[in-house]
Design a protein around this ligand. Structure first.
Ligand code: NAD
Ligand code: TYD
Length: 351
């Protein structure tokens, strides 16, 4: 079986659902169930004998050791992280704890497991560390896209803590020979994303008749990838990636934030006509240290592993808008916890 961490979050839950739909192999999901998790997301597979859930914090070495000893995974796919840039600006220490200390703890536990394996099992063991393009910093308008040799220049506590975790993962290959691979992906969107990130926030606010808050001038560019394409890329890396390598993953879909919000408004006007959602667009104070542009050159994974995105931004965004329209109960569920406090904290003080 394989072990995933953070499987109750956005990308992890999509990965677990896709895995169980496409593979006969079992998966154990280790998640601490922070505010970003919704265990109900995986209710459809809770009774599947190939699925197991263990609630644990990745900084807890004894708990992780016990889970690994119990399930003896042949591979680990590490999604668990604190993942929201704005939250990292308000409170960096949670990011350092989970992303750096948590990854270090998981790597140590995985190393002990890997050392205890037979030589054949140890050779085929894989640890995939899932990371972000934000570790490379910000691009100018005409700069070439990020690639595997781009310099690490993280600008936010989130990206700095992910950069630290990437370096640890890399060091475990170079120092111990543990078969680790790092993937760095651009911004994901799709079903089951917590509505504090740009795309789901704009969808749920638009439907609720609330403001659509654009930071600064809205001309910051992200390279958007539909989440199931990210999951298929990780499966390719797990199956055929070379140990010790890093693979960049992107959507070939650079869009300015303001264009993204206009596209969401147009999709909503199509599926739920009757309002001009663009009237809800509001410009608010910019995020401090806001990265201007991210873009990914994914030619390495395309060349070596035959992966490229299958969804265009137009089709992916329409699917996403439809999912949020059809899953109001899921949205209400994740908005119940500390969501209101967060919205007040992040947006209340913005002019
Ligand atoms: P998310 O915030 O939606 O989910 C994170 C999950 O990790 C949650 O279920 C949470 O409960 C769990 N978690 C957090 N701290 C934990 C801890 N200490 N121990 C155990 N579990 C813990 O995040 P996501 O958007 O699904 O991102 C998953 C991974 O992909 C992250 O590593 C992130 O850096 C990376 N990534 C995300 C994007 C994106 O656009 N969302 C893009 C590229 C890379
Ligand atoms: P986000 O979804 O937080 O992802 P990231 O910061 O990791 O790229 O934000 C995506 C872009 O949208 C980013 O440039 C910030 C911007 N943004 C807004 O303009 N308004 C908002 O309310 C949010 C949450 C984000």
């Amino acid at each position: 079986m394989i072990l995933v961490t953070g499987g109750c979050g956005f990308i992890g839950s999509n990965f677990v659902l896709d895995w169980l739909a496409q593979s006969s192999e079992s998966v154990v999901n280790v998640d601490a169930l922070t505010y970003a998790a919704n265990p109900a997301t995986l209710a459809s597979v809770a009774a599947d004998s190939r699925y197991a859930f263990e609630r644990a914090d990745i900084t807890d070495r004894a708990a992780i050791d016990a889970i690994i000893a119990k399930y003896q995974p042949r591979a680990i796919v590490h999604f668990a992280a604190e993942s929201h840039v704005d939250r990292s600006i308000h409170g960096p220490m949670d990011f350092v704890r989970t992303n750096m200390l948590g990854t270090a703890t998981l790597l140590e536990s995985a190393r002990a497991h890997w050392k205890s394996m037979s030589p054949e099992a140890a050779t085929s063991f894989r640890f995939v560390h899932v990371s972000t393009d934000e570790v490379f910093g910000s691009l100018g308008p005409t700069d070439p896209k990020f690639h595997e040799l781009s310099q690490y220049q993280p600008n936010s506590p989130y990206s700095a803590s992910k950069a630290g975790s990437d370096h640890l993962a890399r060091a475990y290959f170079h120092t111990y020979g543990m078969p680790v691979m790092v993937t760095n992906c651009s911004n994901n969107y799709g079903p089951r994303q917590f509505p504090e990130k740009l795309i789901p926030l704009m969808i749920v606010n638009a439907i609720a008749g609330k403001a659509l808050p654009i930071y600064g001038d809205g001309q910051q560019i992200r390279d958007w990838l539909y989440v199931s394409d990210h999951c298929s890329a990780i499966r390719r890396v797990l199956e055929s990636g070379r140990a010790g390598e890093m693979y960049l993953i992107g959507g070939d879909a650079e869009r300015a934030n303001l264009d993204v919000v206009h596209t969401i408004c147009a999709a909503l006007a199509k599926f739920r006509p009757g309002a001009d959602y663009t009237k809800q667009i509001t410009y608010v104070t910019d995020r401090p240290g806001h990265d201007r542009r991210y873009a990914i050159d994914f030619s390495k994974i395309e060349r070596e592993l035959g992966w490229r995105p299958s969804e265009s931004f137009t089709t992916g965004l329409e699917k996403t808008v439809r999912w949020y329209l059809d899953n109001d109960a899921w949205v209400k569920d994740v908005q119940s916890g500390d969501y209101k406090t967060w919205m007040e904290r992040n947006y209340g003080a913005r002019a």
